[in-house]
Structures are given as structure tokens and as C-alpha cells.
Write a protein that binds this ligand. Structure first.
Ligand SMILES: [Mg+2]
Length: 262
């Protein structure tokens, strides 16, 4: 048994990392863990079946170009932005706030958001590793779905421009949207699979991870910059099962932790 059998630390379940690795593990510990992992991957009695992966779009399948903080400030105004932000450690749910507003104020807010989203579309780029990952999932007959809080026209443009297809692909027009689990449960039911056979992956703790956990799915947080390592996120209600810093890490994570037989 060699240490090379051990997967990279960032592919291990977060609970495992927080419970154990923080305690300065010895070389013997690493060796015993490598052994455990190897046994799991060869005889494989406890790997969970995975039949589908559901992706967030902006910042997950596409490179993040929307400056959300600037958008929230433009919609809410500086004072309300600061007050809401201080009470929302995992992030601001801008659509939720707008829904409570009077129609004319609401209309103006949607126009500001549409402007920011349009700027995002103009600079749309596919996330590095996304095309390869989709090819890998297809080779394993793993279903691919999409849930976004962006509008349907943005999803259509994404499909058209990158010639990738996700189905079902649910946009903001599907209510209630993330972080409600409804869109993910809808996809599971249309695939005729259980939520615990599906992984939700996205770059937002408050939307993607919360939606996935509430639905009972596995969750994977894409955190390219390590921003969620910051202490302000330590107390959030929903924590991801896995965390990666690049989409290219996902296929090894899936191979290591899941039974991918169709
Ligand atoms: Mg996102």
C-alpha cells in the first residue's frame, strides 16, 4: 500500500477533514487512511450510487463575470445593502428581497439586474474543465441537469454558444427557485432517481449548497479562490459534502467516492 493511493486532500469529504486532519495527523495516520481508501475503491461496499449531476450555471459552468456585490448595491442602495449584508453571513438573496417590494420599485430593480446580467452575457465564457467534465459524465451515462437563478434566455444562449446540452435546465421562471429544493426535486423526479443519487454542484453556498442539502442530494462547492475558507462562513447552516477549486477535480472526486455504474 503506498501513499500515492490517497486522493488529494481537497477531494476528501469536508467532515473528514475538519474532524481529523486539522489535528496534525502523523505519517502512520496517513498510511492507514490510504489503506482505507484503497479498500473502499476496490471492494467498494459502501460507495453511494450516483446517477446524475446538476450544475449551477453562472460561476460554475461559465466563468464568473457578474459583479454581484456591485449589482446588490445598485439594487438596494448602499445603506440597505450594508444592513442586509451584516445579517446574511452566507450572502444576499436579492430576488427574495425584491419580491416584497411595490411593483414599480420591483420593476426598476429587475431592470438593474437585467443590465448586469446582459453585461455578463456579453462576456460569457465556458469554465475551464467544463467540456471535458461533460464528456466524462456522458461516457459514464451520468445525467446532466442545470438550475440557475438567471433567466431562460441566458440558458438558451449558453446552450447555443457552447453546444452543450443540460436537461432539464431550469431557470428563474421555474418557481420557487434556489435555494428552495423544488427545482432539484423536480429534476430528480423527471429523471426518476432519488435525490440521494444526485449531486448538486455550484459556486454558491447560499443557493447551490442550500438547495442540494434541502433536497437531500450530495453537494459540491466550487470555490476557485478559497473565499469560503474565510471565518464568516464557518457558521452557515448548510455545508457542502465536498469542495473543489476547479471543475477538472470533479471526475477524480466522483471516481473515488461514488459508484458510477449506470
Ligand atoms: Mg453561481
Amino acid at each position: 500500500m503506498t501513499l500515492s493511493l490517497m486522493p488529494p486532500l481537497n477531494l476528501l469529504p469536508l467532515k473528514f477533514l475538519s474532524d481529523t486532519l486539522m489535528l496534525k495527523p502523523s505519517r502512520a495516520f496517513f498510511k492507514s487512511f490510504a489503506t482505507t481508501m484503497s479498500v473502499q475503491s476496490s471492494s467498494n461496499p459502501i460507495k453511494s450510487r450516483l446517477k446524475g449531476v446538476v450544475f449551477d450555471m453562472d460561476g460554475t459552468l461559465t466563468v464568473p463575470v457578474i459583479d454581484f456585490q456591485a449589482m446588490y448595491k445598485a439594487v438596494l442602495g448602499q445603506d440597505l445593502y450594508v444592513s442586509i449584508k451584516s445579517n446574511s453571513p452566507s450572502g444576499i438573496d436579492i430576488l427574495h428581497h425584491i419580491e416584497q417590494w411595490a411593483p414599480d420599485k420591483q420593476q426598476k430593480a429587475y431592470e438593474i439586474i437585467a443590465d448586469f446580467e446582459q453585461q455578463g452575457l456579453d462576456r460569457l465564457q465556458i469554465m475551464p474543465g467544463a467540456a471535458e467534465l461533460c464528456g466524462y459524465l456522458d461516457s459514464k451515462n451520468i445525467r446532466r441537469g442545470l438550475i440557475t437563478r438567471n433567466v431562460k434566455s441566458a440558458v438558451d444562449l449558453f446552450h447555443e454558444r457552447f453546444r452543450m446540452s443540460f436537461s432539464p435546465a431550469l431557470s428563474r421562471e421555474f418557481r420557487p427557485y434556489k435555494p428552495d429544493p423544488a427545482p432539484l426535486l423536480h429534476i430528480c423526479s423527471s429523471w426518476e432517481v432519488q435525490p440521494n443519487e444526485v449531486m448538486m454542484i455550484g459556486d454558491s453556498l447560499k443557493d447551490d449548497v442550500a438547495c442540494g442539502k434541502r433536497a437531500g442530494a450530495f453537494t459540491c462547492l466550487l470555490d476557485e479562490t478559497g473565499r469560503y475558507d474565510s471565518p464568516e462562513y464557518a457558521t452557515v447552516e448548510h455545508k457542502p459534502d465536498y469542495k473543489i477549486s476547479s471543475l477538472s477535480q470533479l471526475h477524480l472526486l466522483l471516481e473515488t467516492n461514488f459508484d458510477l455504474t449506470p
